[in-house]
Design a protein around this ligand. Structure first.
Ligand code: AHG
Ligand code: MN
Ligand code: MN
Length: 337
């Protein structure tokens, strides 16, 4: 039987199920081509010019790597001419990027973390790209980048598609258009994404957790309690032994959870309380939350479902607790106790 490529999957979602529009299909295909180009750049490593510091900071005051900037440019260039987008926003840009006047504009908004896991770039550990698609509200003011920010401030429940590409031993694109979660593996010889998993489901129970233990002394009481219980293992209240994994690239940690279950926590802690958390809502937490929920898992700040948060600004940060449903619910209950 012929391979089911990403293009074919999207065509079937459009034609047979009416789940997506032609423009959304086009948008996702373009994003996938950009991910392929980023995968090639990442794969060159020390052979290319791409490793090392860019010598600049992003809007959040983080030092940019050359590959952060390159990946951002690849996504901007790929998406601005197609006529499917109204505007784009990225971790690496202070303000939204408007579609230049010489190109037609479409009804979608795209946000992305062009390269997630920057600290892992130079050490050859998995990194990725995360993206989220929203519809541009009717009559939105797109006259300036400043004015356009408002159009993006929509709850995660409004996302029409979300996905990530993980650049690991293989490049895998994981996608939802609100019809379950599917995964495509990059066939490097053919230069295309081929469907390798359908209907991804995160197991409800787990024995694996991911958290940066170096922050332990800053955590709030409910997170302290939950992690202490996991560490107590089979002798503790959870009655089973847990294992810990922390890649330090959200994409890779979430991909492990998508594949074999687990729980990921980047909670708000005392040293970042004024910022609201570490991870960014619009292009990290929301797309991952949509994917995780579509795979039968849950995503919460501990106090609220992530997808229900009404954003107030583009680069807003949030606490993220996501993965196996029963574990996320347990931590949420500890926050209420
Ligand atoms: P980015 O590289 O896009 O800034 O994101 C890094 C994020 C996320 O990928 C990861 O889970 C987390 O930061 C790692 O944080 P620590 O350095 O605290 O482990
Ligand atoms: Mn990131
Ligand atoms: Mn990033």
């Amino acid at each position: 039987m012929a391979q089911r490529t990403l293009a074919r999957y999207l065509t079937e979602e459009q034609r047979n199920k009416g789940a997506i529009t032609g423009d959304l299909k086009f948008l996702i295909e373009i994003v996938s081509r950009a991910c392929l180009a980023i995968s090639v750049a990442v794969g060159k490593g020390g052979l290319g010019e791409a490793l090392g510091e860019a010598g600049s900071d992003n809007v959040q005051g983080e030092a940019q790597k050359k590959l952060d900037v390159l990946s951002n440019d690849i996504l901007l260039d790929a998406n601005e001419w197609g006529g499917h987008l109204a505007a784009m926003a990225s971790e690496e840009m202070d303000l939204p990027h408007l579609v230049p006047h010489r190109f037609p504009k479409g009804e979608y908004l795209l946000t992305f973390d062009p390269l997630d896991g920057s600290s892992n770039i130079d050490v050859n550990v998995s990194i990725g790209t995360i993206f989220s698609v929203l519809k541009c509200p009717e009559g939105a003011d797109l006259s300036t980048p400043e004015a356009a920010e408002k159009a993006f401030l929509q709850a995660g429940t409004q996302q029409v598609a979300a996905g990530y590409a993980v650049y690991g031993p293989t490049t895998v694109l994981v996608l939802t258009v609100g019809d379950g979660v599917v995964a495509f593996t990059l066939d490097r010889e053919q230069g295309q994404f081929v469907l390798t998993q359908e209907g991804l489901q995160i197991p409800a129970e787990t024995k694996e957790f991911a958290i940066n233990m170096a922050n332990q002394r800053h955590w709030e009481a409910p997170v302290q309690r939950y992690v202490a219980e996991m560490q107590a293992g089979r002798d503790g209240p959870l009655g089973k032994d847990y294992n810990m994994r922390w890649v330090g690239s959200m994409v890779a940690d979430v991909h492990r959870i998508m594949t074999r279950g687990g729980i990921f926590l980047y909670p708000v802690d005392a040293k970042m309380k004024d910022k609201g958390g570490k991870l960014r809502l619009m292009y990290e937490a929301n797309p991952m939350a949509m994917l995780v929920e579509q795979a039968g898992g849950a995503a919460s700040t501990g106090r609220q479902r992530i997808l229900d948060i009404e954003p107030t600004h583009l680069h807003q940060r949030v606490a993220v607790i996501l993965g196996s449903k029963s574990e996320v619910e347990r931590i949420a209950a500890y926050h209420r106790a």
